[in-house]
Write a new protein. Sequence first.
Length: 417
Amino acid sequence: MAESQKKGVTITKFRTVDDETIVGLTLKALAVLEKSYGIRSHGNHTIAEIAVPVYANKKFVGSILMFTDMTGIMVWMGEQAKIIALFLTGLILLVFAAIAAMIWAYSATRNKHSRQLRQAKAESDAAECEAREMSEQLQIMNDDIAKLNVDLNANMKTLRETQNEVIRKGKMAQLGQLTATVAHDIRNPLGSIRTSTFLLRRKFSPDNPKMAKPLDRIEKGVTRCDGIITELLDFARTSDLNLKEQDFDDWLVRLVRETAEQLPGEVSFECALGLAGRNVNFDADSIARAVINFLTNASEAMVGKGSDKPVNPTPNPLISITTRATSRGIEISVTDNGPGINKENMAKILDPLFTTKSFGVGLGLPAVEKIFEKHRGGMEVTSTEGNGATFTGWFPMDMKADNPTDNEGEVELKEAV
């Protein structure tokens, strides 16, 4: 500690750094007081000198000097300054501590939240992976179920078709028995009627021309009934196949020429034969009945039969006959350019006794189908209404002469004479 004199003011200086810092404010305050209010320090005391002006009648007459000892106040101010400095220092430390605590708490919270987020992300990734696996398993299960549904539908369809086929074969077997009985019982009386008509024509027709027309009607009726019986017999016939090897295309050309002579002259024919002289084993008689049925149906669909003409005959009627060798074997197709077959009739066209004609009993195509099935083949019909129809029959190329036939559900029939 050191003391110094400056213009009669005693200033105590402290060498301690902290003391100087603390007392610095006090010394500056004293200097201001001394300069402004005449406060001076004498020794260890601080005296405040105050001059009060005195006026009389608004004239300055003098001043009154007042002195007061400011030592206690200055000491108290110094102590308060120390306290304030200590308070501020503590407050600053407290603020820093609070900030540090907040930073630590924030860091701890952030770390905790980060751990929770990482854990949540890991759980989310695991859940997503599990969901993806479950989705894949579910997709596999759905695919399996869909496949099972497809298989089930296919099996149900096959079962329905099999049931329908069993029912159809049962009906056809019963129909065959009935047909055999009816055909046998009717053909004999028809023979008697034909014979009697022939005798009446020889005896009375030359002398009585009026009997010619009734006799013609009787003969036409007998011929029509005979055709129906023939159709019934073809449907019910179960005789074994008589297989012979021959050039199929040459045989078919001869058959088409013979059949064309019996059909209306306005019908044209064309052949596209693709077997190139191939020799084929087949039953010529039964296949001939099938092809003739195809040709006759095509002709009747376009121009009718006899006086029974369609409402809208087909202009330029044409029948195309095609043969080819395919994966199914030998195929024969007969196509016409007639009115075609609507969807409703297509669904029933192979049903026995179904016909759209005013003549016939509806057993022609079922009989044809049986012929190709006996050859271990089949038959199909395709048509678009207004664009004609195509009838196709096929049988394998490797038909053997000793090939057994499947006669299950059928009855043997001998034609009545």
